[in-house]
Design a protein around this ligand. Structure first.
Ligand SMILES: [Zn+2]
Length: 76
């Protein structure tokens, strides 16, 4: 799979692509990728096993506390 899964691109939230690990070749053929888009439009991304684990367990929950919220510059 290449590119972003269509529903993940259309809605905010967390999308995790677990990648593809070949046990036969003993290597990642496609690295895991996690993307998060909050309701206010912030976009965060992590690539690779360790970064995706940290991202889903720490970064996404922390974002809720530190999100700048709606972009007030767009408001007339
Ligand atoms: Zn945000």
């Amino acid at each position: 799979m290449s590119g972003r899964w269509a529903p993940a691109a259309a809605f905010f939230g967390l999308h995790v692509d677990c990648g593809h690990y070949s046990t036969h070749r003993d290597k990642w053929l496609r690295l895991p990728v996690a993307r998060f888009t909050c309701r206010w439009g912030c976009e965060l991304e992590a690539v690779g096993v360790a970064d995706v684990i940290d991202f889903t367990s720490t970064t996404v929950p922390e974002h809720a506390r530190h999100c700048p919220g709606p972009n007030t510059r767009r408001t007339p």
